[in-house]
Design a protein around this ligand. Structure first.
Ligand SMILES: *Cc1c(COP(=O)(O)O)cnc(C)c1O
Length: 391
């Protein structure tokens, strides 16, 4: 087995050497000013990545899923109504979590491959004249289908209905890679994790709360202990966690944030758009379609690529692993076997991406899919060549 090849899964993503080294550190006292020198730059850096001036940032030893739970349990009470659209595996899992917590979910069923229907959100919110809906859930980037949604439009739906519900956004596969505007979009809670845009191993849930979301903790009665942001807040004031923090991972996060902010978050976003555009041109040259229904919803962090009828897309992923030692993503849920996914987020260059496209081509040719060797690579090369990276 070779660990030399990059991965092309939509998380965990490739780790830059500097981030790996930063995670690898001696033990320090995690209740000391020395820990504060790791903690506070992390909180400040995440706030900048979210494009927020005032968001309250919390970092838990967990994953994105724990970030969902942090969001729900700190702000809502048993039986509360929430509004969500289901357009893929991740929005589905978040809805499932709501239901298991005893929340009453109004679900807008949306075809997989489409974005969140802001117009339908608006209709439901307008009809809710008693303001029984306490929160609106929005998955910014559906990692299962490679579909991004318009969060500004969901905010506009809330505003048009003059509705006070909180806006919760799953940005696990978009934050630190795609445009995300916490303040401008009026987001109340943003959720992410360490292993996607932040280029770290899994292990951290990273959330940003608005003042309004923090205030909701006073009345929310869903049970919470490990994920109580009030305990975290008290801890942070003393350079500590309410329990033992994963210091090495947080030191890695500090380095990752330095790299992202040094590159410039808008440059990071532009790099992801450039690399994704090359991937999409390759897919087109292969004669294949994306699961994402239209260009306005194309994700810049993951492409879910449909294979022809009668062809099991998972075979490509298995073959790439077994023969070439390269990882692509399998289809999940409704699109299992129908799509394979190329993750193109995190620490990635044109050159790395071209190697992934070349590998996908070899697999498709090996498996008799009728794709011409070099066709997708050439399309991406031509784009990268004529739109060179600025940095
Ligand atoms: C990866 C992902 C999650 C789940 O995160 P975990 O870290 O695996 O718990 C949630 N939502 C989206 C959109 C994701 O891509």
């Amino acid at each position: 087995m070779s660990f030399q090849n990059p991965v092309f899964i939509p998380g965990p993503t490739n780790m830059p050497e500097a981030v790996r080294l930063a995670c690898h550190m001696p033990t320090i006292d995690h209740r000391s000013p020395t820990f504060g020198k790791i903690l506070h730059p992390c909180l400040d850096g995440v706030r900048q990545v979210l494009k927020s001036n005032s968001a309250h940032i919390f970092i838990f030893p967990s994953t994105g899923t724990g970030g969902w739970e942090t969001t729900l349990t700190n702000t809502l009470s048993k039986g509360d109504k929430v509004l969500a659209a289901r357009n893929g595996m991740f929005s589905h899992r978040w809805i499932d979590m709501c239901q298991r917590h005893g929340l009453d979910v109004h679900i807008i069923e949306t075809p997989w491959g489409q974005g969140l229907p802001a117009d339908q959100y608006q209709d439901v919110l307008k009809a809710d004249t008693n303001h029984e809906i306490k929160a609106v859930l929005a998955t910014h980037n559906e990692t299962a289908t490679g579909v991004k949604s318009d969060i500004a439009a969901v905010r506009a739906a809330l505003d048009a209905a003059d509705h006070p519900a909180l806006l919760f956004v799953d940005g696990v596969s978009s934050i630190a890679s795609m445009d995300f505007r916490f303040d401008e979009w009026g987001v109340d809670v943003a959720v992410t994790g360490s292993q996607k845009g932040f280029m770290l191993p899994a292990g951290l849930a990273i959330v940003g709360f608005s003042d309004k979301a923090v205030a909701a903790t006073e009345t929310a009665d869903l049970p919470r202990t490990f994920f109580d942001i009030r305990d975290m807040q008290k801890g942070y004031a003393a350079n500590a966690f309410p329990y033992t923090p994963p210091v090495g991972l947080m030191n890695g996060l500090k380095t990752s944030l330095e790299m992202l902010l040094d590159e410039g978050i808008d440059n990071v976003i532009a790099r992801h758009t450039r690399i994704a555009t090359g991937v999409r041109l390759a897919v087109k040259a292969w004669g294949l379609d994306l699961c994402a229904a239209s260009p306005d919803v194309y994700s810049d962090t993951v492409s879910a690529i449909c294979t022809p009828d009668g062809f099991n897309a998972t075979d490509i992923v298995t073959h790439a692993d077994e023969v070439y030692g390269v990882a692509f993503g399998v289809g999940l849920g409704e699109v299992a076997g129908k799509v394979f996914r190329i993750g193109h987020l995190g620490s990635l260059t044109d050159v790395m991406m071209l190697s992934g496209l070349a590998t996908a081509e070899m697999c498709m040719v090996d498996l008799g899919m009728g794709v011409k060797l070099g066709s997708g690579v050439a399309a991406a090369q031509e784009y990268y060549r004529t739109n060179p990276a600025t940095k």
